[in-house]
Structure formats: C-alpha cells, structure tokens
Design a protein around this ligand. Structure first.
Ligand code: CMX
Length: 136
C-alpha cells in the first residue's frame, strides 16, 4: 500500500472554543473554521500545520465515540490519519495482514475524501484513519 503524508492528527477536546485559545491564538495556526457533523455527534475544527492539519474533536452528545474517549482517557490525541493512494487496496492489504478494520467499506469523510478506521488494539494503541483524496 502507498502511504503519503499525515493528513491530520485528531485531538479530543472538551471545548473547541477553549482549545482554539492554544491552537489558533497561541500557536498562530491557520484556522479553517468549525464544522458540525451531526451523524457522528461531533463538532470539529481544522488548523493547518505545514502540509498537514490538526482536527480538534468536540463531542456534541454522549452518543459520540469521542465522548466515551474523553470520559475514559481525558483530552489528548485521538487518532492519526494517513493519506493513502487507493483506500480499497489499503484496507484489503491491512486486513490480509491481520489488522482489524472498523469499516467494511470506505465512508465519506470531510471535503469529499473517503475514509476508514483501523482498530487501535491491532495497531500499537493508535487509532489509524486511512484517507483517500485531499481537501481543496
Ligand atoms: N485510541 C487508542 N485507543 C483507544 C481509542 C483511541 N481513539 N478509543 C478506544 N481505545 C481503546 C480503549 O482505551 C480500550 O482499551 P482497553 O480495553 O485497554 O481499556 C479499547 O480501545 C476499547 O475502547 P472502548 O472505550 O470500549 O471503546 P469502543 O470499543 O466502544 O470503541 C473504537 C473504540 C476505536 C472501536 C471506536 O471509537 C471507533 O469505532 N472509532 C472509529 C471512529 C471514530 O473514532 N470516529 C470519530 C472521530 C473521527 C471523525 O469522524 O472525524
């Protein structure tokens, strides 16, 4: 499988507004606005870091997987997203090597991308997101 850059690093936060005080204001990263993802029970904000980005994740209700994460672990790195050339091929390759995919088929991601997650229990404790396609 062909991995490109780190697309983004997802960080679970209690409050986007509060976290923007660090990432946007103190670090001075370019802020690309917030987005509501009602189907995932999340509010997210992207900040550009060179060719990559941070994705701040604030759960909007207890249905969110990020809500559970915050309850268990507190704020912190939630996932790392890697750009891949061909998502179906990458998913198949990882599955054949024994890694546990959380999605059977790619799901639509933000900005017209296609995404799939790999279970952190099979990937050294890091929830991996595969991303095909680029923003803008
Ligand atoms: N990173 C590392 N480990 C994680 C984790 C994460 N993000 N989330 C859970 N875990 C660990 C837990 O600590 C737990 O470990 P122990 O058994 O040692 O305690 C184990 O995985 C099971 O965790 P859980 O709290 O019982 O949670 P679930 O099994 O219900 O769900 C997961 C975990 C990864 C399967 C689920 O969160 C998932 O499907 N995630 C993929 C989708 C997602 O996270 N989307 C939201 C953000 C991305 C976006 O949409 O933009």
């Amino acid at each position: 499988m062909a991995v490109g850059k780190i697309d983004h690093v997802g960080i679970a936060v209690q409050s986007l507004e509060e976290a923007l005080g660090l990432f946007r204001d103190a670090l001075g990263l370019s802020f690309q606005g917030t987005e509501e993802l009602p189907d995932r029970h999340l509010k997210v904000a992207f900040l550009q870091v060179g060719e990559s980005r941070f994705e701040l994740l604030e759960p909007t209700d207890p249905e969110s997987t990020v809500y559970k994460f915050l309850q268990k672990k507190g704020e912190g790195i939630h996932h790392v997203a890697l750009n891949v050339e061909n998502i179906e091929e990458s998913m198949k390759s990882l599955e054949q090597k024994g890694y546990t995919l959380l999605d059977k088929t790619p799901k639509p991601g933000s900005g017209g991308t296609r995404i799939a997650f790999v279970h952190p229990k099979s990937t050294n404790g890091v929830l991996l997101e595969l991303v095909e396609g680029h923003h803008e």
